[in-house]
Design a protein around this ligand. Structure first.
Ligand code: F6R
Length: 338
């Protein structure tokens, strides 16, 4: 049994959690039927650790889907979401107010809606199409793999695709955890290199959400500043901030993909060289893999481990999220006064 009081052991559960939930026949049929009836789009609603899996799936479908797949991180929904859009509402705790508000809005608009939650108000709703109840006890951000697979498979079913089975990737990730430990790439070594600087994780295409996740994991687990950006967009603005005259210690970390096309590859290389010329020490991170999906998940797992190691080096508790809780409590107090 995993120790949910220990972020490190929760993160090590990642491969196993990826294959924990399989969609039953009934839910697959419901989803397939909705897709066959004709959808104008799919929206995933959630916040923080519950939304990140939506951003991954959105990026996986970005170039291949014939309808938009959007992740909505807000109280409100775009006006175009209506009964021809499918909604997937995700909240690990089931009590996130933005997600509950957007969920109620989706129901009002007659959008066929699925719920993924472990507890709380969301899981007790009875006005959705189907619910997927995931296990309780994890931190939402550590529940990423528990949430990722059902979202991916629901969207695949709605698009008439066979649900991806993640067993092979999970096996490969389990082996990687062991290999990394005894290699120069040990997450502890990488975390050591982050000491004293603010990392900027830079990705392109399917590695943009991975860069964003890495930033959030450093923020929440290691409790320090981190940033993310994306190529090519960063070549049109952020590149100007990497000058020799910077007052802050910034560490650019390029998440390199084995699937970069020639122009992205050139941009990544030239950008790193320019940063080097200005006195920065860019890190190029890539991980052996056999598909884009495995690449996303392997880098995620690796950087999750780095964020926990970094927390240990910084002597902070990777589990605690005092400020997030304080903010939620303050909002609740104000809500009760209404
Ligand atoms: C906590 C975390 C947060 C939560 C967010 C939304 O581990 O990662 O970002 O995910 O506050 O809460 P849930 O996920 O319960 O809807």
């Amino acid at each position: 049994m995993v120790d949910t009081n220990d972020m490190y052991s929760m993160v090590k559960e990642f491969p196993g959690l990826l294959t924990k939930y399989k969609l039953g026949n009934e839910i697959q049929e419901t989803c397939g039927r909705i897709g066959d009836e004709g959808l104008n789009g799919i929206v995933i609603i959630g916040m923080g650790g519950s939304a990140i899996a939506g951003l991954y799936v959105q990026s996986l479908f970005k170039e291949s889907a014939s309808i938009p797949v959007l992740t909505n991180l807000d109280y409100t929904l775009p006006a175009f979401v209506d009964s021809n859009w499918m909604t997937i509402a995700v909240s690990y705790s089931g009590n996130t107010e933005e997600t509950l508000a957007a969920y109620n809005e989706a129901i009002k608009r007659d959008s066929p809606t699925f719920i993924i939650a472990s507890a709380g108000e969301l899981i007790s709703k009875d006005n959705c199409l189907r619910k997927i109840k995931i296990i309780e006890g994890y931190q939402p951000r550590a529940a990423f793999p528990l949430i990722f697979t059902p979202i991916l498979n629901l969207i695949e079913c709605a698009m008439g695709l066979k649900p991806t089975q993640l067993e092979n990737i999970a096996d490969s990730l389990s082996k990687k955890i062991v290999e990394w430990e005894s290699s120069p790439l040990a997450p502890r070594n990488f975390a050591q290199d982050l000491v004293g600087s603010a990392p900027v994780f830079i990705g392109s295409k399917h590695l943009v959400p991975v860069a964003y996740r890495a930033k959030c994991q450093i923020n929440e687990n290691a409790k320090t500043m981190a940033f993310f950006s994306e190529i090519p967009e960063a070549n049109h603005n952020e590149i100007e901030s990497f000058t020799a005259r910077n007052e802050f210690e910034i560490l650019p970390i390029f998440l390199r993909s084995l699937y970069e096309d020639t122009w992205i590859q050139k941009r990544m290389n030239i950008t790193a060289e320019l940063y080097e010329e200005e006195g920065y020490s860019p890190v190029r991170l890539s991980i052996r893999n056999s598909s884009k999906l495995e690449e996303m998940l392997a880098l995620t797992l690796y950087l999750d481990l780095v964020s926990v190691e970094f927390a240990q080096i910084r002597k902070v508790d990777p589990l605690s999220i005092e400020r997030i809780i304080k903010l939620k409590n303050e909002l609740n107090k104000d809500r009760q006064k209404l």
